[in-house]
Design a protein. Structure first.
Length: 274
């Protein structure tokens, strides 16, 4: 499932491409025909994200709500030619102008909702490191829970947008024992997690890749500060999908087990902090 940086990058690109324009909205697949009819020939005002949810606001108090789920994609391409554009695959929703076309395929959610319904979705979500500056509301939920911090980081009503890769990597980066119950996690440890996510997720938006290893973090931050293009080698990680390999910090073998429906990777030797 795409993590939060993917949705924020998509919102940025949709907004930059279509905002301020009257667009055509259709459903080549047919499953979103009624919703598309409510949006077509309206101005696209803004695209925004909260966690793994995308909201595209149209004139007339209409909002396209998208959750990509496990297999969904939303691509933006230059129009091949003015007029009808070729359809590739099962396109649930198409947003089009003479210059660009955005195609949504395989989403878990694709619906037209009201601003009030959008507010209700936001109310159910925890703070988003790419959207919010205060991680306090997440801490309030965490320190009252007996669930492990590894499980809590995956709960979108606790913390929105963080998925399995960021969960594994940020816990390892700060040597935090993933089995630590939320009620026993030190506030200082949570502050490190929150600050690190606030640092890492914007790099994901900028590069369209999850960047968690110090060498690559420094490379991306330096390039962004200089206004240069970012060219990264193959993505690396400290523990994610490195079962049985040596931990870069201590040399112990990386472990793996299912936690909250996803495979958690961690080092049992050096991740002992609570």
């Amino acid at each position: 499932m795409p993590e939060g940086h993917t949705l924020h990058r998509l919102a940025r690109d949709l907004h930059g491409t279509f905002a301020g324009q009257v667009v055509e909205v259709s459903s080549p697949q047919g499953r979103f025909g009624a919703g598309a009819a409510l949006l077509t020939d309206h101005e696209l005002i803004e695209a925004r994200a909260h966690g793994k949810h995308l909201f595209v606001e149209f004139a007339g108090d209409r909002v396209l709500h998208v959750h990509l789920g496990l297999i969904g994609t939303f691509t933006i391409d230059s129009a091949a030619y003015v007029g009808e554009q070729p359809v590739v695959g099962q396109v649930r929703c198409r947003i089009a102008t003479d210059e660009h076309v955005g195609d949504l395929r395989g989403p878990m959610t694709c619906a037209v909702i009201t601003p009030e319904q959008e507010d209700a979705v936001h109310a159910k979500l925890g703070p988003d490191p790419l959207r919010d500056t205060d991680g306090g509301p997440a801490w309030e939920r965490i320190h009252r829970s007996r669930k492990s911090i590894a499980a809590l980081l995956m709960e979108q009503d606790v913390l929105a947008g963080v998925g399995n890769v960021y969960r594994c990597e940020v816990l390892h980066r700060h040597q935090i024992n993933p089995a630590t119950p939320g009620e026993r996690l030190k506030r200082a440890s949570w502050d490190l997690i929150w600050a690190d996510l606030r640092r890492l997720l914007p790099l994901g938006v900028a590069t369209s890749r999850i960047v968690t290893v110090d060498e690559q973090i420094e490379q991306v931050e330096s390039a962004l500060a200089m206004g240069e293009d970012v060219h990264l080698a193959e993505r690396t990680s400290y523990v994610y999908k490195r079962t049985g390999q040596e931990c870069d910090r201590c040399g112990s073998q990386v472990k793996a087990k299912d936690v909250a429906g996803r495979v958690l990777y961690w080092c049992g030797n050096c991740q002992r902090r609570s």
